[in-house]
Write a protein that binds this ligand. Structure first.
Ligand SMILES: *[C@@H]1O[C@H](CO)[C@@H](O)[C@H](O)[C@H]1NC(C)=O
Ligand SMILES: *[C@@H]1O[C@H](CO)[C@@H](O)[C@H](O)[C@H]1NC(C)=O
Ligand SMILES: *[C@@H]1O[C@H](CO)[C@@H](O)[C@H](O)[C@H]1NC(C)=O
Length: 330
């Protein structure tokens, strides 16, 4: 009798010990498996922390800066009005006395953008947002071509995740195929001249890399990039691109355009980087409820007939000369 009782006690003890053992070892596994993936973010200047919990805590809101390509006299007051607490780097390309300017006003917005990347290479914010100076521009991804909602809606966490994000989703201009560098047209319009020049420039800037046969990307040289993605290329690569821009004999509208359709590749995207428009609106701008086809979303954007927005827009001009009516998209 007694020995059977002891046997049972020993068995119970063993089972309990085994239970504790498994609890200890496997609960740790389950907890660590259930933990969300760690962000790739790392605090400015620091090495990736080995302590996961600490890293999550340090993440905080993304640090961002605007990089603005401007001409002397351009009205950039809208940025102060709507984005007062965003750091702004306003490069005035045609004023050598401006606080931020360029070595030479050449190659359009490509020159200030490269200048910022080179000068700030070691002190970049989490996300740099590269834009043109004016609030209303024909290519802004907004029903009234307004840059304010574009920036307000931009999802910085998505920029950090994807690395490079165009500030545009519609395929009008640039997508799905802007250039066929290996089979260029011999016409003389800007697009064709860009196409004819593109392969040679690419080979010069990225020797040994195969020239893509098709290049497609959302127009028009406004984008956001993470620090990690900029750092994916050494500083000397950006210096090389700027040197080419300073020295090229191509006219500005061609050299600027060559780089316009190279940024996405420079920042690690495939040669054709034309995201499905609906997915793009959702991921980039958080507009996830739109009715879209692959290349356009209802009531989001119409290509205007002219590239210059009427003076006084949007108080003046909507509904006239082919310009959209005010509130057409609401
Ligand atoms: C977490 O970070 C703080 C400050 O960065 C540091 O003082 C602390 O030692 C870290 N804790 C651990 C567990 O690494
Ligand atoms: C150029 O920039 C300087 C410094 O900001 C300013 O004083 C000057 O008025 C500017 N010149 C023009 C033509 O805008
Ligand atoms: C999204 O669309 C659905 C169905 O059309 C609608 O019920 C819902 O309110 C919309 N959500 C937002 C955030 O607009």
């Amino acid at each position: 009798m007694i020995s059977r009782r002891y046997q049972r006690i020993i068995l119970i003890c063993l089972a309990f010990w085994a239970f504790l053992y498994f609890l200890y070892h496997f609960s740790g596994r389950f907890i660590s498996d259930a933990r969300p993936a760690q962000p790739t973010y790392r605090p400015e200047g620091g090495k990736p922390s080995s302590n996961d919990k600490n890293r999550t805590k340090e993440k905080g809101p993304e640090e961002k800066e605007l990089v603005i390509a401007s001409m002397s006299g351009d009205d950039t007051s809208w940025l102060d009005e709507f984005f007062a607490d965003w750091k702004k780097n306003i490069y005035i390309v045609n004023n050598q006395s401006a606080p931020l300017t360029v070595l030479k006003n050449k190659g359009r917005e490509a020159m200030p953008f490269l200048t910022y990347i080179i000068d700030r290479y070691d002190s970049l914010p989490d996300v740099s947002i590269f834009i043109h100076s004016l609030r209303y521009q024909w290519h802004n991804e907004d029903p009234m071509y307004d840059g304010v909602p574009v920036l307000k809606r931009l999802r910085l966490s998505h920029v950090q995740k994807r690395g490079y994000v165009a500030l545009r989703c519609s395929w009008t201009m640039g997508c799905p195929a802007e250039l066929h560098p290996l089979n260029p047209s011999s016409k003389s319009d800007d697009r064709s001249q860009n196409e004819a020049a593109w392969a040679g420039v690419f080979q010069h800037l990225f020797p040994g890399e195969p020239v893509p046969d098709t290049v497609g990307a959302h127009c028009s040289s406004q984008f956001a990039v993470s620090r990690e993605q900029i750092h994916d290329k050494p500083k000397i690569q950006y210096e090389k691109i700027r040197k080419w821009l300073l020295e090229t004999e191509l006219e500005d509208q061609i050299s600027g355009r060559v780089i316009e359709y190279m940024w996405h590749i420079i920042f690690g995207m495939p040669a054709v980087d034309c995201q499905d428009t609906g997915i793009c609106f959702c991921e980039t701008f958080g507009l996830c409820n739109l009715t879209c086809t692959e290349d356009a979303c209802e009531k989001r954007y119409i290509l205007p007939h002219y590239a210059t927005i009427p003076q006084g827009w949007p108080e003046v001009g909507p509904g006239e000369n082919g310009w959209p009516e005010r509130g057409w998209a609401d």
